[in-house]
Design a protein around this ligand. Sequence first.
Ligand code: IDP
Ligand code: MG
Length: 154
Amino acid sequence: METTLVILKPSAILHGYVGQIITRFQQKGLVIHGMKMMTLSDEILSEHYAHLADRPFFPDLVKSMKASPVIVMALWGKDAVEVVRLMTGATNGRKALPGTIRGDFSVSGQENIIHASDSIESAEIELKRFFKPEEIIHYEPSSLSYTYEPAELL
Ligand code: IDP
Ligand code: MG
């Protein structure tokens, strides 16, 4: 099993899409192990988007991530990192396939509704960036045997 980080960005919060997005993750079978609302600082955003610091849109991106509080989530499940990235869709909402979260809720390259960790390594780093250890609470719902086949639970 893996845990991945999702951020519901201001474009999700300000449009009122929070419930619909969380519902998608839950109906897929992902388990919420952590969730909180927070305001992002320049410091945490510079760290989180360090790979984009020299891009011309970086100041706009930081401003957009501070337009409202965000909701950060730790989602747990089999291959959770890959599953959530597939559900997220391509970065640009106009290119993201219908059926994905970005494909269904965004027509923008920047205002693309959610962040999702792009690898197991990134997920580990990003979960530590946004959550204190005690804010991630591991539990296994009793429905797990209806979510996965027995071999997948090993
Ligand atoms: P990802 O969110 O799909 O992993 P990244 O390349 O890591 O994509 O970019 C992080 C975020 O920066 C994107 O989700 C989007 O909000 C923003 N971004 C990326 N490329 C562009 C762009 O070309 N114009 C405007 N914003 C962008
Ligand atoms: Mg990324």
